[in-house]
Every structure is written in C-alpha cells, then in structure tokens.
Write a protein of this length. Structure first.
Length: 309
C-alpha cells in the first residue's frame, strides 16, 4: 500500500502541535495542567473488584500519579481509573539531541518502577545532521540532502559520502550518521560541512524558510556558507514494552509514542514512522480503554491509599 508522507514547509512539527493544542484546548472533556510533572505512578493493590477472575490482591493496577505542580511549587496526587504514558523519548541523556529538554526518559523510569518491562533501550537512532554549534539541538532537515545538499570534510574538502555508498548523501540515515561520525573521529573534528550553496539562493529561501532564518540569526548564510553538522540523538526505538494496543505489564497503564516499545520499529525506525505510530497506538488505546474501565471498580476503593503530600 502506498502511503504519502505529509509535510508543511520545513516546520511540520510546529504546525502539527499548533493544530493539536487548539483541538485539546477547546475539547470540553480535557483538562490541561501546564507545568505539572509526573514523578511517580500509583500502583496500589486492587482492594475490591467484581469482574476480575484472578485474586484481586495479585493484580497491580495503575490508578494515577504523584505530580509536581511547578507553578505553585507543590506536590499533589492525581487519582484516575487509568493512565496513558506519553512522555516522549530519552534523547536528552546524550550530549547532542534533537528532542526537547524534557525528554530525559523519566516516563521509562516511572514505568519500570511501577513494574513494567523495558526493551531495546540501547537502540537510539541518530539523525546525521544536527547543527553543530555549541549545545544547539537544532536539526538540519534531511530534505536538504534530498534537494542536493552535499557533505564535505572541512579539513580535506573531500565529499566523503561518494566513497561510502553509491547513494552518497541519499543513503539511509544510519549509514550517513555513521560515515559522519567516522569523519569526525578519524580527523579529530567537531563537525563536518553540509553545503547546499550551489543551488539558487531564492530556491533555498523558499524551500527552507525556517532553517534559513534560524541559521542567519546564528551568523550562517546557507545560501553562501556551509553548515557545520554532526550526528544527534534523535529517536528512542526502545522503551516500555507494550502490545500494539498500548497495554503495558501493569493493568490500567498504557503507553504510546516514543516512551513505548511496541516492536513496530525494530532497531532502526524509518523516518516519518514515529508520528504514524503515535496515531495508530493512540487510537488503539482509545478503543481499548472503555472495556478496561468497564471491568474495574470505582475510584472510591482507593480513597485513603495516599494523601496529598
Ligand atoms: C526535530 C524533529 C523532527 C522530527 N520529524 C519527524 C517527522 O518528520 N516524522 C515523524 O514521524 N517523526 C518525527 N520526529 C519524531 C517525533 O516528533 C517524535 O517521535 C514524537 O513527537 C514523539 O511523540 P511523543 O508524544 O511520544 O513525545 P513528545 O512529543 O516528546 O511529547 C512528550 C511530552 O511529555 C511531556 N513530559 C515528559 N515527561 C513528563 C513528565 N514526567 N510529566 C509530565 N509531562 C512530561 C513533555 O513535556 C512533552 O510535552 C521528529 C522529532 C524531532 C525532534
């Protein structure tokens, strides 16, 4: 089956987030708590439930989270009938990462503490071309190489990808990232050059408006100058073990997105697949949750389990 990959200028993520945020803010059944950080998942033993056949005390259920409210600087406990973990990946464990600063793997840690299995944590995909200026986490899109961008060793001027793969700069992500890492380590460099200045300036400005403006603000005019780039941690392939319906090892705890290991990506995900996975598993969870909620008792059973700290 052929699938189209959608994009919007060179800022697809921002447009996706703008649309989702508006939708969530206007939904009457969603309460958004900004600057609230989950610290720990609540997994009390089930006290009474009529529909489970196992001995209830043997079943671990996730019934909420201990949360820190960064605005009022207080800790609170939020009880819920089920929890969906969607806390993103763990890219920020690396020196150079494309992920937001908050992606430190805390979701993986909380799920593990709650009793979930983790898998494939060592499979972290590196994007070949992160901007290599100080601690920048800005990503230079692969579309730049798609449009003809070339990679050069800044020391020798050699277009090294020609010797690595017949597809040169269009080789898959892992091959290009490894080739750049080899250039950097064998020549004692901090970066290699990505150059698209052989294309007309108007084309570059029209196709890469965000990248062009961001680099310009940093003193790099990509219509005339090469861009310093280096591999950057980009996607956590492993995570909390779930099935394709997002179920974890703990009843009532679901996981979707980069925090989860659904097995759909293997060791090296294909570009553009992660948002697809978020949507598919998210929908599966939404379809599954009503059945789970029907099975369990009410929150009254849990009163007194934990007071607000
Ligand atoms: C620059 C860039 C370009 C990309 N391009 C593509 C692309 O073209 N196609 C594609 O498919 N994928 C792309 N990806 C990957 C994709 O964006 C991510 O895999 C995806 O956004 C992960 O979604 P998520 O909801 O799991 O996590 P995130 O989008 O990372 O969201 C996690 C959220 O959880 C919050 N959070 C974390 N910890 C806590 C906590 N303890 N308590 C409360 N909240 C918490 C964070 O603040 C954040 O809001 C790109 C990624 C980057 C960085």
């Amino acid at each position: 089956m052929a699938v189209d990959v959608c994009s919007c200028d060179d800022a697809t993520g921002r447009h996706v987030m703008d649309a989702l945020t508006t939708k969530a803010q206007t939904a009457i059944n969603i309460t958004i708590l900004p600057y609230h950080e989950a610290l720990e998942l609540l997994t009390p033993p089930m006290i009474s439930s009529s529909s489970f056949s196992m001995n209830d005390s043997e079943i671990k259920h996730c019934r909420g989270a201990l949360v820190f409210d960064h605005i009022n600087e207080r800790q609170l406990t939020i009880y819920s009938s089920a929890v969906v973990l969607a806390s993103g990946g763990l890219g920020q464990l690396f020196k150079r990462a494309s992920a937001p600063n908050v992606c430190v793997g805390d979701g993986v840690m909380m799920a593990w503490q709650a009793g979930c299995r983790l898998a494939n944590l060592e499979f972290v995909q590196f994007h070949p071309t992160g901007l290599a200026l100080d601690d920048s986490s800005f990503l230079i899109s692969e579309a730049l190489r798609g449009e003809g961008g070339r990679l050069y060793c800044p020391q020798t001027g050699v277009r090294f990808m020609l010797d690595v793969d017949e597809r040169a700069e269009l080789a898959p992500r892992d091959i290009v990232a490894r080739a750049i890492a080899n250039q950097i380590s064998s020549n004692g460099l901090g970066y290699v050059h990505l150059d698209i200045s052989h294309l007309p300036a108007a084309f570059i400005q029209a196709h890469f408006p965000q990248i062009y403006q961001t680099l310009l603000a940093l003193g790099i005019d990509m219509t005339t100058d090469p861009i310093p780039v280096a591999p950057t941690a980009h996607y956590s392939c492993g995570g909390v073990v779930t099935c394709a319906n997002g179920l974890t090892d703990v009843a009532g705890l679901y996981a979707a997105g980069e925090v989860a290991y659904t097995g759909l990506h293997g060791a090296n995900r294909l570009a553009s697949n992660s948002l697809l996975e978020c949507v598919v598993v998210g929908r599966n969870i939404a379809a599954n949750l009503p059945r789970y909620l029907k099975k369990i008792g009410t929150l009254k059973e849990l009163r007194g389990f934990r007071e607000n700290g």
